[in-house]
Design a binder for this molecule. Structure first.
Ligand SMILES: NC(=O)c1ccc[n+]([C@@H]2O[C@H](COP(=O)([O-])OP(=O)(O)OC[C@H]3O[C@@H](n4cnc5c(N)ncnc54)[C@H](OP(=O)(O)O)[C@@H]3O)[C@@H](O)[C@H]2O)c1
Length: 229
């Protein structure tokens, strides 16, 4: 088996396709589930499952530690867990901000913390985070203030990891979709031209490239997968 990779959000619309692509490349995956009834969706020959709500630091740390114990070494973390909520700044409550930061930032941070130490002790590793265009383009973020704010923290986290890791073999990349062509988005925006959205398959191919031998040499990568949306 090739590299061992932690994937969060593997049960989601994007995560399922990314997991399928990485399995096809021979990687061993370690994924967290919030509900173990979903374990049957994954072939145990390629995927090890662990129960963890990643907003809880102790559960995320146990997940990372158990994955390391099982694999011996984790080479990369593809952190896809997250979620969206609309809402303009004037309508945003403290609760809305806490919810988005918890879902989009803490689910990543709580794994990055133990894994960065693991990567440092083991000669390196890759983090791949999923950002969002509203965090980069203010016009796009106007209607989803808390979401944009929470995703912007991931870009800053990647910057800090990269700044701290200049002399080591650790890197953080951010992939930035526009609108992913998922069943949920089709249902939410039925009149849209779906061909202009970015497909989960294209997202998965890009993530696979970042994990490849060539891709792992890229530094400070921010991949904008906007397609025509
Ligand atoms: N869809 C888009 O157009 C779009 C655009 C820009 C960025 N993104 C980002 O891309 C990522 C994937 O999007 P998606 O459309 O695939 O979303 P999705 O279908 O809603 O999947 C979200 C995933 O995150 C997991 N998750 C959420 N909260 C968690 C927690 N507390 N602990 C552990 N896992 C948790 C979910 O697990 P459960 O199965 O247990 O719920 C699920 O696997 C997200 O970060 C999203 O913000 C999406």
């Amino acid at each position: 088996m090739g590299k061992h990779i932690i994937v969060s959000g593997a049960t989601g619309n994007l995560g399922k396709v990314v997991a399928g692509k990485l399995i096809s490349l021979g990687y061993g995956l370690h994924i967290n589930l919030r509900n173990t009834t979903k374990a049957g969706d994954f072939d145990p020959a390629f995927v090890s499952t662990y129960e963890a709500d990643l907003t809880k630091p102790e559960q995320a740390e146990a997940f990372a530690a158990n994955a390391v114990a099982k694999a011996g070494r984790i080479d990369a973390a593809v952190l896809l867990a997250g979620g969206f909520a609309p809402g303009k700044l004037e309508a945003t409550t403290l609760q809305d901000i806490e919810k988005m930061i918890s879902m989009n930032f803490l689910t990543a941070f709580n794994l990055i913390k133990p894994l960065k130490a693991h990567f440092e002790e083991n000669g390196g590793g890759q983090f791949i985070l999923v950002g969002a265009r509203p965090a980069l383009v203010p016009d796009q973020g106007a209607g989803s203030f808390a979401y944009a704010l929470s995703k912007s923290l991931l870009f800053q986290t990647a910057d800090v990891i990269n700044a701290e890791s200049k002399k080591s073999n650790i890197s953080a990349s951010v992939v930035v979709p526009s609108i992913i062509d998922t069943p949920d988005n089709r249902e939410a925006m039925p009149g849209s031209d779906f061909t202009k959205w970015i497909s989960p398959k294209d997202m998965a191919e890009s993530i696979a490239f970042i994990l490849s031998e060539t891709g792992s040499k890229m530094k400070e990568t921010v991949l904008k997968l906007y397609h025509q949306a």
